[in-house]
Design a protein around this ligand. Structure first.
Ligand code: LLP
Length: 427
């Protein structure tokens, strides 16, 4: 069905472990991840871009459990981080810090010192003011660091406005027109070697054209910098490769590579990629149980034990997540994630959580097999920005996280308790 999540005898498995078993033993709601999927998605990107010997920096923000970061550390992956907290996670997971790239429009002095001490590969610079500050700190620490200027190529990635990042009016990076001045001012610093260019235009980008457009503009800029004697060694093209929320929605890694590699061939640039969702998205699902069914106007609501605090993407971006029961009758056997499914006998449901907001839904007007109290539902493609964006809103302890490997699984984050809710509050 999707990577290593497949139905066997109409019962959903992650690799060789049944989701019913996990729900029984760990309860719900729970995030379940597949080790094999993380590994194979990472490997596919590495293989697709192999000709350029890229550094793949797994984007920590999408799915950051330390046990998952360990999988990447074991594969010698790099890491794309956006905070001191993410750097801490990478260090705890045994990641190689000289394979870490660090973007964020608001790095604090403390975070900058922490990253310099850790010896990261590149600071991805988001503004002239930030670069000036990093120069001040590196000079004071007498430490040499490398930096890549994040340029804003003003390309429309045709994705949700909240996750569009490479257009002029967004807060990220430096406009191409201003970027040259930054090099003129700071491009020959003794401590901060400005030898890279970074772009990240948005997420998800389900076509190759925005990358081509952004790369063409950026490569022309690199040519002009080189002509002025600046030494540019690396290009970091960010993340944003799509994931299949429905079957066949996103280009394969090989399709992105087929468009991107020819543009970079013979350019003498070290390629860095920052894939998040394309690796982690389909490596995780969210399992939740139906608590109640209820009619309201023309609608039927399936009220579940998961909610927007667990998975906020539908509420925040109107994102689509395919949902299907963990156990189905044979007539509802499903081959692929479709929107809408075309199976006779399905009914329309709004799948909603217990939170006191109308926006608390995981699906609206969704065709599903007839549901009953206690049915288990699988919410697919939840590995990226699922648990990572979860909260305790409505004082709901966060869900458990489980990592499956072959025929066994491990709870990699226990379900939070009520005590966890108040642990940091002063009595
Ligand atoms: N590099 C940079 C600089 C980024 O800002 C991001 C994501 C990535 C890499 C990884 O992008 P990916 O390959 O995962 O698409 N919460 C939103 C997505 C926000 C993306 C933020 N930046 C969502 O749930 O769709």
């Amino acid at each position: 069905m999707a990577d290593f999540f497949n139905y066997q005898d109409n019962n959903l498995f992650c690799e060789e472990v049944s989701l019913e078993q996990i729900a029984r033993e760990v309860s719900t709601p729970t995030y379940v991840y597949s080790t094999a999927t993380f590994k194979s998605h990472y490997q596919k990107i590495l293989d697709a871009f192999a000709e350029l010997d890229p550094l793949i920096c797994y984007s920590v923000k999408g799915c950051s459990n330390i046990n998952i970061l360990k999988l990447f550390a074991e594969m010698d992956s790099g890491f794309d981080i956006v905070s001191g907290g993410e750097l801490f996670r990478v260090l705890q997971a045994g990641g190689q810090t000289d394979r870490v790239v660090y973007a964020s429009v608001g790095k604090t002095d403390q975070e900058i010192r922490q990253a310099i001490d850790a010896g990261i590969a590149y600071f991805n610079i988001e503004s002239e003011a930030e670069l000036q500050n990093i120069i001040n700190i590196a000079t004071e620490m007498r430490k040499e660091v490398r930096a890549a200027l994040r340029v804003n190529p003003d390309v429309d990635p045709k994705t949700h406005r909240h996750t569009t990042t490479g257009k002029k009016e967004t807060k990220f990076g430096v406009d191409l027109e201003r970027a040259e001045d930054v090099f003129k001012k700071f491009g020959r610093n003794q401590f901060v070697k400005l030898t890279g260019i970074h772009i990240h235009i948005g997420s998800p980008i389900n076509s190759v054209e925005p990358y081509i457009e952004a790369l063409n503009k950026t490569l022309a800029f690199i040519d002009s910098l080189r002509n002025q004697g600046f030494n540019i060694e690396a290009i970091d093209i960010g993340g944003g490769f799509g994931a299949d929320y429905t079957a066949g929605q996103a280009p394969a890694a090989a399709d992105y590579a087929a468009a991107i590699v020819p543009l970079l061939r013979d350019k003498n640039l070290h390629l860095i990629l920052e894939p998040g969702r394309s690796i982690s998205g389909n490596a995780g699902i969210f399992i939740t149980r139906v608590l109640y069914l209820k009619k309201g106007g023309d609608k039927t609501f399936a009220i579940i034990d998961g909610a927007m605090n667990d998975l906020i993407r539908p509420a925040l971006y109107e994102a689509f997540h395919f949902i299907w029961p963990v156990r189905v009758d044979p007539e509802f056997a499903i081959e692929k994630k479709a929107d809408p499914v075309e199976i006779a006998g399905t009914q329309k449901f709004d799948v909603v959580g217990p939170i006191c907001e109308t926006g608390d839904y995981l699906a609206r007007d969704r065709l599903l097999p007839p549901l009953q109290r206690d049915d288990l539902l699988a919410v697919f493609t939840a590995g990226a920005y699922g648990f990572a964006m979860s909260s305790q809103y409505n004082s709901r302890p966060r869900a458990a996280e489980v990592l499956v490997d072959g025929d066994s699984y491990k709870v990699i984050r226990r379900r939070e308790t009520y005590q966890d809710l108040i642990d940091h509050e002063k009595m």
